[in-house]
Ligand binder design. Structure first.
Ligand code: ZN
Length: 243
């Protein structure tokens, strides 16, 4: 029997309302395209939440029932309330998985979890991106070929101001010559965090079946594994201490 994984897809959902070009690519919002991809997996139960909902759609109840949260934000990172960031942070520490997508690298929750600036180089020139698998045994690349090619994406280049990832899964090459650590795993508390680079709002990246497969694999990797909660602080000995 497969256990159902509860996924909450969080989307800022602002570009789609203010930029016609983005609304054309994602008429129902980017979060709906990401959720649609995840709904192809029968072992996922998928809901969405957006910035303009009360508590950004991330109430205590919603987060308590979320195994894995995906995060796409860009123009309104500063509008995410610190109280909600703290709530997400505590859930990650307690074991919730977090998938941070594309421009989410500058979100409050990602920089809080990384402890670094998280800035990078960027350029919007509709160039080709090739994501090379650099960790072929990793569960996030199950069923993925040697590389993924995206004909048009925004460029992100090194240096990416993050701590050294615990697992590096993808390295991107861009037509303009830059490279970037585009698939990075981090362990934080009892939780797992995956940063995945592609997904600029003007490109149909989240309809790409291979990109969808990577995100689905990442959800399975990041889902809590039922391990016991770590015990910290002063404890009594398990054995009689005779000395
Ligand atoms: Zn972008």
């Amino acid at each position: 029997m497969t256990q159902l994984i509860n996924v909450t897809v969080w989307g800022e959902y602002r570009h789609e309302k203010t930029h016609e070009e983005v609304a054309r690519v994602y008429p129902k919002g980017m979060h709906e395209a990401i959720a649609e991809g995840l709904r192809e997996s029968p072992d996922f139960h998928v809901n969405t939440a957006t910035l303009d909902q009360p508590e950004h759609g991330l109430t205590k109840e919603v987060l308590a029932h979320t195994d894995v949260l995906t995060w796409w934000g860009h123009m309104a990172h500063h509008e995410v309330k610190d109280e909600i960031v703290q709530r997400v942070y505590e859930r990650v520490m307690a074991g919730m998985g977090l998938i941070v997508l594309h421009s989410g690298h500058m979100s409050k929750i990602f920089s809080r979890l990384m402890g670094t600036g998280c800035m990078l180089k960027w350029r919007e020139a509709n160039e080709k991106e090739r994501l090379w698998v650099v960790n072929p045994g990793h569960p996030i690349v199950r069923g993925i070929e040697e590389y993924i090619e995206l004909p048009h994406e925004e460029m992100y280049g090194e240096h990416f101001d993050i701590p050294a990832p615990d697992d590096l899964v993808f390295v991107s090459w861009f037509e303009g010559g830059e490279v970037f650590r585009s698939g990075c795993c981090f362990y934080r508390g009892a939780g797992k965090v995956f940063y995945f680079r592609p997904g600029h709002e003007t490109f149909p990246t989240y309809y790409n079946p291979t990109i969808r497969k990577v995100i689905a694999n990442a959800v399975r990797w990041a889902a809590p594994n039922g391990n016991a909660e770590p015990i910290r602080g002063n404890v009594k000995p398990l054995e009689v201490i005779r000395s």
